[in-house]
Ligand binder design. Structure first.
Ligand SMILES: [Fe+2]
Length: 416
């Protein structure tokens, strides 16, 4: 056996990789902007009780970030022109850019709100009865809503049947993220009396040097939000403060105070992924419900693992738009499956990048993947019912030409 060159020895590699010698070390290990946010604003970080016995027993610290009120009543913010609930698209654009959030008034009709509220409350009770409730320090979350009601499937699509203001929200999200954006997750977040506030954080965690966001969260109020019900805590305008500090390589200084988001049930609040925010405290005895439906650039990993988690019947009835939004449309650079997806643009209903048939085959237990093949392979192996053949044949039948999957010479890996 030939000797492995010394340069490939892990110990030698480690010896040659002191911090000062590594490329991009500072950037890849930076804890900014949150390190300086916390250093210079220590009062905005609150660690919730971790133990069950602490539930509801935390002490309220006056003057902390969560001891606040809505913008209109806040001594610091009351004279600022903070985001207003509106259907005016230009006002919404201005609010989103300037303050990092905007409020689409009446995006859900009263009936749409009532239907979703009932479904969320029923599901929460059902999961509690089943012993699988997902408790949070603030209350209870319903994860993977996609599997838990037709209204949620339509909601992710921003279909007018589930959210009458969907088309307006979609336009704004498209402007914020660019074409091709997909969905990060859909969670119903329920805050209950006795719950603790969440530490302020950014949803878009990594520091990329762009003026536009990589992620926006569409937060829908299903119950009224204000300072009593646990309106989301947020610092208006913090998205630009933090992004600017990063761009200039400077620490974040003293920040303005947080407010409670106020929004009537049915309002969809689009929040830039860089805004500092956290769950507020519900001081009332009725549940506070918000739907958290973040959207993101198509090349970021999603919060929900839609490839595994979505129920088969939901996938089978999913519209091309919903499949796309869940990430079931590959592009050349993302989520190709056994080579299928090379050359695809990630469009809804684009056969060249459609992945759902692979997942459905796996569900049936007959997903035959291409494995080791060679000149000695027998007819059984060469003619095996590879799902790749079916998917590519379907794409071809739909008029898709190479490069995808199987070429005239047999299996090819696609055009790189
Ligand atoms: Fe968040």
């Amino acid at each position: 056996m030939s000797r492995i060159p010394r340069e490939f020895d892990p110990q030698l590699i480690a010896e040659q990789s002191a911090k000062e010698r590594r490329i991009y070390h500072d950037e890849n290990t930076s804890k900014e902007p949150m390190a300086s946010v916390l250093a210079n604003n220590p009062e905005i970080y609150f660690v919730p009780p971790q133990r069950r016995s602490d539930w509801g027993k935390w002490t309220f610290k006056p003057g902390s970030y969560y001891d606040t009120t809505i913008g209109a009543k806040h001594s610091y913010w009351q004279d600022y022109d903070l985001p207003k609930p509106t259907k005016d698209i230009d006002r919404l654009r201005d609010d989103l850019v300037r303050w990092g959030y905007c409020k689409v008034e009446g995006a859900l009709s009263e009936e749409q709100v009532a239907a979703m509220r009932q479904r969320v409350l029923d599901q929460a009770e059902g999961e509690s009865l089943a012993g699988i409730a997902q408790r949070t320090p603030s209350g209870q979350n319903i994860n993977s809503c996609i599997n838990k009601g037709r209204c949620f499937e339509l909601f992710i699509e921003q279909h007018p049947d589930a959210a009458q203001g969907g088309p307006l929200v979609e336009q704004l999200v498209t402007e914020a993220l660019g074409e091709g954006w997909i969905c990060n997750s859909l969670i119903a977040a329920i805050s209950l009396q006795g719950g603790v506030p969440q530490a302020l954080h950014q949803d878009q965690g990594n520091a990329l040097d762009s003026t536009s966001p990589m992620m926006v969260n569409v937060l829908t109020a299903i119950t009224d939000l204000d300072e009593t019900t646990g309106g989301t805590l947020l610092i208006p305008g913090s998205h630009t403060v933090l992004a600017e500090a990063l761009r200039q390589g400077k620490p974040v200084g003293k920040l303005p105070p947080a407010i409670n988001l106020d929004a009537k049930a049915g309002t969809m609040v689009i929040i830039d992924g860089r805004v500092l925010h956290g769950t507020g405290i519900n001081h009332t005895d009725s549940p506070r419900i918000v739907m958290l439906n973040a959207m993101q650039k198509p090349w970021l990993r999603q919060q929900e693992n839609w490839m595994l988690s979505v129920r088969p019947e939901v996938l089978e009835r999913a519209s091309p738009k919903l499949l796309h939004r869940m990430g079931y449309q590959a592009t050349t650079g993302t989520q190709t499956n056994e080579g299928h997806g090379f050359g695809a643009r990630g469009l809804p209903d684009e056969a060249a990048g459609a992945l759902v048939d692979f997942r459905l085959a796996a569900d049936r237990g007959d997903y035959e993947r291409v494995g080791q093949l060679g000149p000695q392979s027998g007819a059984d192996e060469l003619n095996a019912p590879y799902i790749l053949r079916d998917v590519v044949a379907k794409a071809r039948a739909g008029g898709v030409s190479a490069p995808v999957g199987i070429g005239s010479q047999g299996l090819v890996s696609g055009d790189r």
